[in-house]
Design a binder for this molecule. Sequence first.
Ligand code: ADP
Ligand code: MG
Length: 703
Amino acid sequence: MTLEKGTGAQRAAGVIRTGKLAPLQERLKKLGLVSDWDFVLHLPLRYEDETSIRPIAEIAPGGAVQIQGRVVSSQMTMTPRGPQFVAQVSDGTDTIRVRFIHYYPSIQLQLSPGKTVRLFGEPKEAFGGMGLEMIHPRIRVPVENEDSLPKALTPVYPLGENVQQAWIRKRIARALLDLGGMEDLVPAEITTALGLPGLKASLEFLHHPPADASASALMDRTDPHWQRLKFDELLAQQITLRSVRALATSRKAPKLIAAQGSRFIDAFLSRLPFKPTGAQLRVWCEIERDLARDRPMHRLVQGDVGSGKTVVAALAALRAAEAGMQTAFMAPTEILAVQHFRKIAEWLEPLGIRCAWLTGRLKAAERRESLEAIRSGAAQIAIGTHALIQEKVEFNALGLAIVDEQHRFGVAQRLALRSNPHEPNDQTALKPHLLMLSATPIPRTLAMSYLADLDVSVIDELPPGRTPVVTKTVRLDRRADVLGVVRATAESGRQVYWVCPMIEENETIDLTSAVECKADLVRRLPTLRIGLVHGAMPAEEKNDVMQRFEAGEIDVLVSTVVIEVGVDVPNATLMVIEHAERFGLAQLHQLRGRVGRGAEKSACILLYDPALSEIGRERLKIIRESTDGFEIARRDLELRGPGEFLGERQSGMPMLRFADLETDAALLAAARDAAARMCESDPDRAARHAKRWFSAQSDFLSA
Ligand code: ADP
Ligand code: MG
């Protein structure tokens, strides 16, 4: 056997790789291990009990044990799978077989007949009723008596590439010693009231628990020492969010109050062809209250696709106009911005409100005109892409900023909005109110944690008269049948979206796939009018295609995910998504939300690769079974965990490593209270706690 291949155990542990290894420090950094503090927070995955020796006669399969005995015999044997090394070890109570499928000469030596050895491994029923055996046990020096055994359970740490268990154990033990005098920054009265142990005691316990510690409490992290660390983590997060919020709300905002009665809002509501839902009105009331205050609003409105967030945004903009102030309304994509512009202008211009339009691609003259209208105050509302905040757009009196589909902007932009680019650096200047809209429902516990710097309103009701979208999953090899459905839909005068597989988040590759997909559909559906829209297309072309689709001049719109957000074409009743298994659940739900916007029955067909994984199958099932965005988000969260669910960029906060927002909701509530008290009584100490906790991730926080 060559050394490069490694032993089976090494291969199984994934520690042998070909190719050059990065230096140890870099590999550790990948694990987030740089300072002593990082090392002490690197907690064991599980423990091994080497604190006692078990008589061979008493051991049974199910869990690793330690034994000690004499090697009765040992020899190399040939098996059909190659040579193996087998020894019989007896301790007087019984004999057990020990087998090495991969071995070095040193093992032969350690297990030569007559030697006494201490072995740690998992007894298993040997093949063919041969009694118990241990495969690849760890061989240790024998002990005289149990007093010389370790007193604590042995920690088993998560390892990175070629980081050895023994090495990391030593490194962490040293870090614990070095941090011996570590300060417990959480006041004792807070931890005592919660029944939580001290910080140092907790860390020592978790790295080296006594032999009688409850294994199950350690594993499911209900042990008080675990609770203490989770608490500290949640506390650090809450302190950070509070400081973000405190900074934002330390400023004054203009009070947006209808000085001469709510004339615009009344006129708007009376002209609207439908009645706002109860949920829309409730959320509007929450916003209205915020706008009337002299502190800047930071409110996120969450509402499922089609719940009617735009109406609520329009109401807020109208209130700003009634107060004589302007609104900036931003959308993440050009397509969506155009749609908003048209819809809002259609709603508001009859009321005598002027809407200006601004994107990065306007012609010079148009652009100048828009900028001038915004600067002079002639336009009460400016609608556009983030060109609105990125460029030097001068507002006459900006009172409100609205960000649609906030999840598409990412947190960096959310924070950029806070440190508003429109305002002079003058800290006494008024800060506009901020309203964000998002169709990505974030479960309540997550929102409480990651969005704690925002107030959240939820539109939890869809407008009446919508027929639910029927969702079907179909294997890709039955694509031809689906083409029949597409043809029938188009022939009955309805329209179809066809979303191409996303190959990578790479526009060129996706474009090729979309172009090929369109060519294929044109060939197979020669009688239909087929259009293509793609993210990498020039904006004019994109808008042109979208407009023709809206006007019913295109039957089938082939696209990549660009249509994901906000598009509103009620005559489209069929959505086909190719390689649905490659999309995120929230994305699939959004895509599906493009249909079912009229009274007509709508359907969504998810074409999937039959070779998809178990999780992939589970995910498609969730989409098929539920049309409730919150339910989907909750189950997605269960499948993926918050890290992937939000993505670090989305959450704007380092991920929680220890606490679990579902199971630790009570701790989260306690941490919120404690953060409030600490920030009040000793803000400096609170800040130090947060900083120390996130020190390993400080690069991220300062980014
Ligand atoms: P989203 O929350 O996804 O942004 P929109 O604001 O685009 O939803 O609204 C979706 C569609 O529903 C639009 O055509 C809109 O005019 C319509 N709509 C909004 N509110 C209501 C309501 N209360 N009753 C009927 N239709 C409504
Ligand atoms: Mg919308």
